[in-house]
Design a protein. Sequence first.
Length: 309
Amino acid sequence: MSEEYIIGVDHGYAAMKTVHGSFPSGLVAYEHEPYTQKNVLEYGGTYYVVGSGRQPLQKDKTRTEDYYLLTLAAIARELDCRSAERTCSVILAAGLPLTSFGRDKKKFRDYLLRDGKPVSFRYEGRDYTVTVRDVKLFPQGYAAVLTQTELLDEPSVIVADIGGWTVDLMRLDNRLPNAATCRSLEWGMIRCIDEIGEQVRRALGVSLTAAQIECALRGDASSLPDEAKGIIHAQADLYVQNLLSAITECGLDTRAMPAIFIGGGAALLKRRVSATNGLCRPMILDDVSLNAKGYERLVRQMLGSGADG
């Protein structure tokens, strides 16, 4: 193998993110080859359609093979984006919430590493043989904000990583995480979207898809009636209010120090979180790949830029 690549992967409950993109964390197995090769992973004699539907909530991501299979798909997609060799060595850079980092680090590393042996699979009809030579793990959220030099010059900063199922909170004091302030709240965007869908069903008797709701939250044009859009926006505003209250109840005062919002939820709520919500100085980092980029950057720093990015 002539090349080695550093590949950052953010294993979200709702979506898998790499430096060059994201896809839903859904996975459907088929015994026989599906009618299309698009988003199809073939591994161990089974076919998997990747990105289809929503993954059941797994607080322990090592409990099933699902997140390992999603990782293989993420690696294949990232190698393709880089026009990289499909037989190669990889240093996998990933993360865990700071609240469970020490407890789950070894188990998650072993789960992804698989003894560092070559793994052969097919993705979208192309053959891959990938050796995960090493796995480097970092705290989610913290890796993502390390590039924000201006805010990190503040003595204290709140970081809220709004994911699919959880919102991971921490306070940075003089650029370092204060472990005593770390919390993981089950207030992620899945909860917000599900509640919006329920309220629309109650009021209008129609069932919207998550994609329709997310489109409306982004402010994109859609064919939804104004009455449905009104409910969506009202419920999203209520979600923001409740989320800010939950953050305050954790002892993190968003009126006293800057708050950085990151993750997929930050992208959808960019139009809703502002200083008018009573925040001292909000910053919305709506790049969903920010954690993955942060992981890769940290590995390059550790290795002295010795591997390909």
